[in-house]
Design a protein around this ligand. Structure first.
Ligand code: LMR
Length: 329
């Protein structure tokens, strides 16, 4: 994380306010993300965005999608977007913005949102939309939010009570809230890139992880875990972000068309994320993976153990933001 912060500072100083010259040539937008598969909400949304732009803006703009971390992992993506040369757009999980803003920490507070509809209501509210601009000074603009879904826990042993997680090492995304959340369970946390998770679980570098059904299925994490417990304790959602240097150098009509297509794709694809995750859950079971559900009182134990983490981050996030998020439930 320190390395990312230093790199961010360095490229900021070098390149933030240099403008991109507009030209009559076709504009290429490289869109980088780390997921993949035929049933993944983000992979499908990115493909749909490219398909519509490439059809509706043919000859003016072409979007090339690089899934599965084939161009950059999410840490490197942030640095490269600030530079605005090798990649123009991406959609990292909201848990990966620590180096740029502490405001997104709200999305990692455990048991804050009841479901993805509540997340949607919050993101569409004035306070939610405000968050998209929180990295502007750092050279990145948020265009919209895309949904994945609710997170579940998996481990190399059965997780039913929070005490089952004691002493385990969990892989987490680049978020201090997620580290604190695992510590509240008496576990430890290791931040790892998405690409490394399967191998780390397989070789025992880590014992456990948290993720959505679609990520657990598409990356086959269930194959190297004892089972997945349906905790719905948090969310993985995305900010579609663009290099400010690139975006502000675009002709206004191009920007307007891209914004319209992005809004249309967001509305269409976000509606499908819940079903795609449920399909991934069914696919895990079909493939022989173990899925455990919790009774209301078992789930209440997880809430009681993890929710105190909120107090540690209220200062960075703002009590008003937390209240607005709660009101969306
Ligand atoms: C992860 O690293 O687990 C997720 O952020 C991957 C993703 O983009 O959904």
């Amino acid at each position: 994380m320190r390395i990312v912060k230093l790199a961010v500072a360095a490229v900021l100083a070098a390149s933030l306010f240099t403008s991109v010259a507009a030209s009559a040539e076709e504009i290429v937008i490289k869109f980088s993300h780390v997921t993949g598969g035929k049933t993944h909400p983000k992979a499908l949304a990115a493909e749909e965005f490219a398909k519509r732009v490439n059809a509706q803006m043919a000859g003016r703009v072409r979007v090339e999608v690089y899934p599965g971390g084939s161009l950059f992992n999410d840490d490197d993506l942030l640095i490269e977007l600030i530079k605005g040369k090798s990649v123009q757009m991406g959609s990292p999980s909201l848990s990966k913005f620590e180096a740029l803003t502490k405001k997104f920490r709200i999305f990692d507070l455990p048991f804050l949102f009841d479901d993805i509809n509540a997340v949607n209501r919050f993101q569409m509210s004035e306070k939610g939309q405000e968050l998209l601009g929180s990295m502007k000074k750092k050279g990145i603009l948020g265009l919209t939010f895309w949904h994945n879904g609710m997170k579940q826990m998996s481990a190399n042993k059965a997780l039913v009570s929070p005490s089952d997680a004691k002493g385990l090492k969990f892989r987490v995304q680049q978020s201090d809230v997620l580290v604190a959340q695992m510590e509240a369970l008496g576990a430890t946390a290791q931040k790892l890139a998405f690409k490394e998770v399967y191998g780390a679980l397989q070789t025992g570098v880590v014992d456990a992880q948290e993720n959505t059904w679609s990520n657990i299925f598409s990356k086959k994490f269930f194959e190297v875990q004892d089972g997945v417990t349906e905790t719905n304790h948090g969310i993985i959602d995305y900010a579609v972000i663009v290099s400010r240097r690139f975006w502000e150098g675009l002709p206004t009509d191009i920007r307007t068309d891209l914004e319209r297509i992005m809004a249309e794709v967001t509305a269409d694809r976000n509606k499908l994320s819940y079903e795609l995750n449920q399909a991934s859950k069914a696919n895990i079971i079909k493939a022989g993976g173990v899925v455990r559900t919790l009774s209301a009182s078992q789930r209440a134990d997880w809430v009681k153990t993890m929710k105190p983490v909120w107090a540690q981050f209220e200062g960075d996030i703002g009590a008003d933001m937390i209240a607005a998020a709660q009101a969306s439930n």
